[in-house]
Design a protein around this ligand. Sequence first.
Ligand code: ADP
Length: 606
Amino acid sequence: MRSGDAPAAAPLHTGLLQDKVLNRQVDTLYGNHRSSTLADVALAWTLCGLFYWRLGDPMVLAWGVVHLLQTLRYPRLAAYHRDPWAAQRARFWAGRHWRHLAVYSACWGLAPWFFLPAHDLPMTAVLMLVMLSLSSAGVPAMAPRLASLAAFVLPMVTGLIGALLWRGAAVHLFLAAFCLPYLAATLYFGWRQHQLLTQALVTGFEREALAERLAQQIVATQQASEQKTRFFAAASHDLRQPMQAIALLGAALETRLAGQAAGDEARQLNRAVRALSASLDVMLDVSRLEAGVIVPQRRPFELDDMLRALNAMFGSAAQQRAIELRIRASGLWVHSDAQLLQRLLANLVDNAIKYTSRGGVLVAARRRGAQVRIEVIDTGIGVAPEHLPRIFDEFYQVDNPGRDRAHGLGIGLAFVKHLSRLLDHPVQVSSRPGRGSRFRVTVPWTPAGYSVAGIDEPASVHVGVHVGALSARVLLLDDEQAIADAARAFFAAGGLRLDVVGDPADARVALDAAQLGGQPYRLLISDLRLAGGGDGLQAAQALLEGRNPQPALLLLTGETAPAQLRRVRDAGVRVLFKPVEPGALLRAVRAALDAQSTTATGVPIP
Ligand code: ADP
């Protein structure tokens, strides 16, 4: 009764599982012991009464006493329920159980030896009936352990068979012969039941273990995702600082060199800077989506406006790759966030062009009931079925083991997935390798209405923006020397008066002095993370408090940690993410100054 306990079909895989099964088996055996002992004593003494009344044989009473004596062992079994280490000593308790049952069953097996009547066939039949019924009635309760089952059935029934054979009359031999197959059948059904029970226990524990592993994996995945977000935030912050300086210096250089021979190199340099900064922006976008900082602004708008913007954005890229970009007007209106939907579609069109070298890309929208299906179809390289389920994962790229930057970062479709969830616009993909791909975005349809502006025009590529009209004083609070120098050069090239301070104390001195001198600053630009981990938002708010006129506030940050972004959003302050494209910086400065002239409060994050 060791390894033989488990059915061959379901081997116990680990010692732990084996122990768990044993514990549960032993627990079940002891679970119904108390009530069955009481019932057994009642049965034994009813039988004694009946036989003593019919036979008047004192041996009946003698057996009754033997039976009573064996019940005195009961407390030894009941001790199981008080054993605090019962689970650890399951094997001991299993042994004690089957040994107890062997004694109990032998006691019943002695009954026919004590008082089987030689010539009273009806009473012989009654005794047989009682003993055989008892042996089979106990099978379900003993089935958890084969040793207990055998100890319960065998001594009782073999005792009965032996006594019948001992009597030796033909009728007794016949009855003994009847008992034998009965015994075999009882043991067989008990064994089958034991197999089923063990199998059920093993399956149950395996499921439990599986669910536990699954829960652990979910926690591990969440932790990995949080770590990734933290890593991103740190990496992108560290990259953004120098990027910002490069972008500003590049723009200043381009303005100064305009019209000279080196102007072309400066323009090329700035193009490369913009490409790099676009990659960082995608990372930042994902962080912002994960942080829940972006809240969709849904409204009805005409899809064709957006499609036209996409055409303008990607027309030249398609031309460069000598493929056709067809954008089919539909006249349909949809209900969505125009800017976010446009960014979602832009990612799909960008990919379609990138992965198509022959044929073309078609963007078309069709109405299906209350939905509009916008499809981006290309005749490009397609995606093999085994990769298809994973292309929306972050950093998953097909066939780019060297992570060639020219193939992208592998984050575009992850961004699409985030946007699709945020907007509740399902995105489906079908693709055939070598034939092309079809990405379908399903958007709620809305009846035609009045158009409201809100579609992004293609980003301006001209960075040498002159700010002649902007002559207001601006104070920059940033401890990064490289950024300070670059910003000074850039703003000076644009004709703007910019002073730079490295910490809040100097900023206060500068603000006070400017105010006393009658030329107060109109704008404070502050880095979000100051030297020594100081908080730029808090510092800037404290610096501006109570000033009249109150300068506008603009935060500049390389931070992408979701918690930080949420905090800034909640403060309702306008923020720009490093590296800020110089043109965008000037536009933001202009907007902040315009807002400052009408109201003293900041403008929320776009
Ligand atoms: P990437 O920056 O590499 O384009 P994405 O997340 O945008 O990253 O796409 C993930 C992968 O999905 C790509 O590396 C590419 O193999 C595949 N893919 C995406 N769009 C297309 C498409 N239109 N045709 C073929 N393959 C595509």
